[in-house]
Design a protein around this ligand. Structure first.
Ligand code: ADP
Ligand code: MG
Length: 592
């Protein structure tokens, strides 16, 4: 029989490799950003078109490449980062496999321009599907610019597998955040379809977190900083009331490389104890520094797993570091002596101690919260001894109800902003706007996941004309909006017709409500949350009663009842407090 084994042509081998390394536009972003960082760049600009499907361009001011290196960089297994096998055990660059550029060039139209500092002219190379089209001298600033156009032009199966533009963009931005958060010293700019999405001048981690996630995070961040001989951790964890329903905002890095680890996530979560309810996830951005020889990063390039030699010790170290951060800043009411000692133990014995439990003081706080609702109900429904006269006068059910109503402690409003309501052990102070946001948010969420909101037909349907961007945004959400009780019809030509609005909305004009909603949506959109969650949040924000609005007693009572029937009454959807309790004993102390 004739020999049948042949070596694969290079371009096919590259395409196969690309199948593993490059799954979507976000993978290209990750690889190119890592290269720019490895090249020592201090400024990196990302330019995207159509969520990276038509164009991904990265421009950096790093060390650039010589003419020969520029050509070599597209060869498979071509890397400047590893020379001998021993290098594998002390890797401190982000990439090292030498696969990324070869892979990308095999499935896209790529243009590279690069220049090193010591040369006046640079090199320009154009490669389409592994075939070099052009290599020439060019004028270009110091650094490297790579444009990747028409990704997967020659692999239709891959192209068809891509998700909607919104999803691919959110994946890109997630990949971007995983790098921008841990490299705050680098100046990043991101443009998508001509719109600037991020402009992040060089800063420290705290400022970077705030510029990525928003100003409201500033007061919610607790610094984490611990060190032993073997490793150290730095970064921030969010306070318990900033925890979110979605798991998105958790960033753990090992030696500045993003990793995913359920095991270590558990260590962090456990540190909060029952300060957190089961269904929320704490915010964190943490970097763990470990001697590179103690970890194995030689796992699959697109997976974010990591192997530690001493996993359990790392677990304990992280757990205690977070507890320490939470206790130190008195989020936990008084960390007790026990737990401080526990911390010292781990420091000295490198964490082999077991059964570390959170301090008991945290428990008390939670118990207080959960008894609050009971107390409020009780206070409203059962007359105290002083009120006997009313109950004994009650004969039938109707008048009993009336008399109960009379003896309810009346809520009263201060500064048209807060509701004060007496409970047995003291009083609660409710932020009317945040409380209403919480109520509506949970209600919209229920309607979105389960059923149909109540509609109120408009006497005269209204037609609204939008800018193309707003129109596209709105049209993509029509189904969800209709679920909530809207009846919106797409009229085409940048117009919609509103036939009905959710019954519980205040009787504003539908146009104004939608306008406020769209503004809130665009301001607050967090891509990783998905349409429904963003919708519920922004609709809650835009339709809640505002501060400064005088409320009737009945309205206040409704807010109180509905708030305490919520799953999580204590914070608005952004994590701002919606209600605070004051114990009468605390007040008495003030008068001593
Ligand atoms: P790896 O990063 O694993 O080495 P790549 O295919 O991503 O492999 O890159 C190949 C080589 O090209 C790198 O080792 C580096 O020398 C060079 N290179 C790639 N991108 C840049 C850049 N932005 N600036 C300078 N050199 C770069
Ligand atoms: Mg690389």
């Amino acid at each position: 029989m004739a020999d049948i084994i042949q070596l694969l042509p290079e371009s096919i081998a590259n395409q196969i490799a690309a199948g593993e390394v490059i799954q979507r536009p976000a993978s290209v972003i990750k690889e190119l950003l890592e290269n720019s960082i490895d090249a020592g760049s201090t400024e990196i600009e990302i330019i995207l078109k159509d969520s990276g499907k038509s164009l991904i361009q990265i421009v950096d001011n790093g060390k650039g490449m010589s003419e020969t290196d520029a050509r070599m960089s597209f060869e498979r297994h071509a890397t400047s980062k590893i020379r001998v096998a021993a290098d594998l055990f002390k890797i401190n660059t982000m990439g090292f496999r030498g696969e990324a550029l070869a892979s990308i060039a095999s499935i896209a139209h790529v243009e590279l321009k690069t220049r090193t500092e010591d040369k006046d002219v640079g090199t320009r190379i154009v490669i389409n599907g592994s075939a070099v089209q052009t290599q020439e001298i060019c004028q270009t600033p110091k650094g490297t610019s790579i444009s990747v156009k028409n990704l997967f032009f020659n692999v239709p199966a891959r192209r068809n597998f891509l998700k909607t533009d919104a999803t691919e963009l959110s994946k890109i931005l997630e990949e971007f955040k995983r790098i921008a958060l841990i490299k705050p010293e680098i100046f990043f700019k991101v443009h998508h379809n001509g719109v600037e999405l991020y402009y992040l001048p060089s800063s420290n981690i705290r400022q970077r977190v705030v510029s990525i996630f928003g100003k409201k995070y500033n007061e919610k961040l607790l610094p984490v900083q611990e060190e032993t001989d073997a490793f150290s951790v730095q970064g921030f964890v969010g306070q318990a009331d900033a925890a979110k329903k979605s798991r998105g905002e958790q960033y753990l890095f090992v030696n500045e490389r993003f990793i995913k680890s359920n095991y270590l996530n558990h260590a962090i979560r456990l540190a909060y104890g029952d300060l957190l309810t089961k269904d929320v996830h704490p915010f964190y951005v943490l970097n763990l520094n470990i001697e590179p020889s103690q970890i194995d990063i030689n796992v699959h390039p697109t997976k974010h797993e990591i192997k530690f030699q001493e996993e359990r010790i790392v677990y304990n170290f992280l757990n205690v570091a977070i507890k320490h951060a939470l206790g130190k800043y008195s989020l936990r009411p008084m960390i007790d002596f026990e737990s401080e000692r526990e911390f010292e133990n781990v420091h000295s014995s490198m964490g082999v101690s077991s059964g570390m439990d959170y301090p008991k003081a945290g428990r008390k706080e939670i118990d207080k919260w959960s008894s609050l609702y009971e107390e409020i109900k009780e206070n409203q429904m059962s007359p105290s001894t002083d009120d006997k006269v009313y109950t004994s006068a009650a004969t039938d059910e109707g008048s009993l109800h009336n008399s109960l109503d009379k003896i309810r402690s009346k809520p009263f409003q201060i500064h048209n902003k807060y509701i004060v309501h007496q409970i047995k052990s003291g009083f609660v102070l409710i932020h009317q706007c945040y409380a209403h946001e919480r109520i509506l948010y949970e209600q919209y969420n229920n309607q979105l996941s389960e059923g149909q909101g109540n509609s109120q037909k408009l006497l005269f349907p209204i037609t609204i004309n939008y800018t193309p961007e707003r129109y596209t945004l709105l049209v993509n959400m029509v189904d969800e909006l209709n679920h909530l009780g809207y009846e919106i019809e797409n009229f085409g030509d940048n117009s919609i017709i509103v036939h009905a609005t959710p019954a519980e909305l205040e009787e504003d004009s539908a146009e104004d409500t939608l306008e406020r909603f769209l503004n809130a949506y665009q301001e607050n959109i967090e891509f990783q949350l998905g349409v429904a969650e963003n919708l519920a949040r922004s609709l809650a924000k835009s339709t809640a009663i505002k501060k400064g609005r005088r409320m009737t007693e009945e309205e206040m009572q409704t807010i109180i009842d509905k708030l305490f029937a919520c799953k999580n009454p204590y914070v608005n959807p952004d994590g701002k407090k919606s209600v605070i309790t004051y114990e009468i004993s605390e007040i008495e102390n003030l008068f001593k």
